[in-house]
Design a protein around this ligand. Structure first.
Ligand SMILES: Cc1cc2nc3c(=O)[nH]c(=O)nc-3n(C[C@H](O)[C@H](O)[C@H](O)COP(=O)(O)OP(=O)(O)OC[C@H]3O[C@@H](n4cnc5c(N)ncnc54)[C@H](O)[C@@H]3O)c2cc1C
Length: 389
């Protein structure tokens, strides 16, 4: 509905959803000379309700998810450094990433395979080296370590806010606190209906994260939203967990997966569960809350890995992320060329956000992207889904 006092706005490219990928797409688009760009975000700038919330994210180059992602990770790392430089603030914490598990744990085997297949920098640590160099962890007798020196921590809220500030300084206009209600492709672009009037754009980039199914009906049968929790604990000696001594980590024992990051607040350490059995749902609106006994269950596991942690989470926060069935992201341009969709980022989405943003810009402006693997397209997703059916 357009109110009489709100004229229609005409732009070349509109980005809907200014979270992780949307902010990066806006930053990239802001560097294209002569392009009129509008960002539309239902909340404010770098709010706490997106999938990016939660102080830190992990960046890994020795990616157990496989070689498909390596060119993207290489691009992303370069861009994180570029964003950091342009913004004049620290975003990529270059602390390394440490994987801990037995030699035969599937995650460890897959990480080694990626390292060996692509000749990536690494250090393999045996049990005694691991105990000596990383005494913060309670290393079990069968545990070994893999250090990915290009691994890092990321500061997601700082990154999103920085990219948006830079985009706005370069001339991108933003509508904050403006929810998009519909995106309708037409003959000459796309009509975007918002609570504050209509916008017409040559192309709309839809990067609405866990809300994707509301504006992109074509992805509905391919995605689901999963509840994820983050938790922080207080160690006896915080000095051992500061960034200069404590890499981001992943720890796998059978089906239990934990990950975490060094202390950024000077009193607590992020130690969080990966795949505890939390309920998923087709849409964000249907997600139930965390179970009441979740904190206690978590504490019991955490103290097994970090004996000096106070077994009471000092912070426990609930988050959401949209997944596809095989955890491969969806990035595609519709046949009319008027909508670029980025959805179902399945845990890859923050470390690769600047690259997804760049691919979205390329698809919107050039119509094609050499960086975007065919596996990410809707057609490829449908083929894989049909093969499994
Ligand atoms: C707990 C947790 C831990 C994670 N750990 C990692 C990690 O270590 N490394 C990693 O790479 N990834 C990680 N991920 C995944 C990563 O954070 C996500 O993949 C990524 O943030 C998703 O980005 P997005 O742009 O798709 O969504 P978001 O960042 O959520 O952005 C979507 C934006 O769209 C806006 N929006 C939605 N609907 C509308 C509308 N109708 N109108 C206007 N605006 C709208 C939202 O308000 C939001 O700002 C983790 C995720 C979670 C939840």
């Amino acid at each position: 509905m357009t109110s009489a006092s709100t004229p229609e706005e005409l732009v070349d490219v509109a980005v809907i959803g200014a979270g992780s990928v949307g902010a990066m797409a806006l930053w990239h688009l802001s560097k294209v000379p002569g392009l009129s760009v509008l960002g539309i975000e239902q909340y404010g700038r770098a709010h706490g309700l997106g999938s990016f919330a939660g102080e830190s994210r992990l960046f890994r180059m020795a990616y157990k998810e496989g070689g498909l992602y390596l060119p993207l990770l290489t691009d992303a790392r370069r861009q994180w450094l570029e964003l950091e430089q342009e913004a004049g603030t620290e975003i990529l914490l270059q602390v390394g990433a440490l994987s801990i598990g037995t030699e035969t744990q599937p995650e460890m085997v897959a990480t080694r395979e990626t390292i060996d297949n692509f000749g990536l920098p690494h250090r393999y640590l045996d049990t005694e080296e691991l105990r000596k160099e990383y005494p913060q962890h309670d290393v079990h007798d069968s545990d070994v370590g893999i250090l990915d020196p290009q691994g890092a921590g990321l500061r997601p809220e700082v990154a999103v806010c920085s990219a948006l500030r830079l985009a706005e300084a370069n001339g991108v206009r933003m509508r904050y606190r403006c929810a998009v209600e519909a995106v309708e492709p037409g003959d000459n672009g796309v009509t975007i209906r918002t609570a504050q009037g209509v916008v017409r754009a040559r192309t709309a980039i839809v990067t609405t994260g866990s809300w994707a199914t509301e504006l992109l009906p074509g992805v509905r049968d391919l995605v689901h939203v999963q509840r994820l929790a983050l938790s922080w604990f207080m160690p006896a000696d915080i000095g051992r967990y500061l960034p200069e001594r404590f890499p981001v980590f992943m720890r796998d024992i059978d089906d239990v997966h934990f990950f975490g990051a060094p202390s950024l607040d000077g009193y607590s350490v992020k130690v969080s569960p990966g795949h505890l059995d939390l309920p998923s749902a087709p849409t964000l609106a249907e997600l139930p809350d965390l179970p009441d006994d979740f904190g206690a269950h978590l504490a019991a596991q955490v103290t097994d890995f970090f004996p000096d942690m106070n077994p009471e989470p000092v912070r426990l926060t609930a988050h959401h992320e949209m997944f596809t069935a095989d955890r491969v992201p969806i990035v595609d341009r519709d046949p009319t060329g008027s909508i670029v969709a980025v959805a179902g980022l399945s845990g890859h989405g923050f470390k690769l956000a600047p690259t997804f943003g760049r691919i979205a810009r390329e698809l919107a402006v050039d119509g094609t992207s050499t960086l975007c693997p065919r596996e990410f397209t809707l057609a490829a997703h449908r083929q894989r889904a049909a093969a499994l059916a």
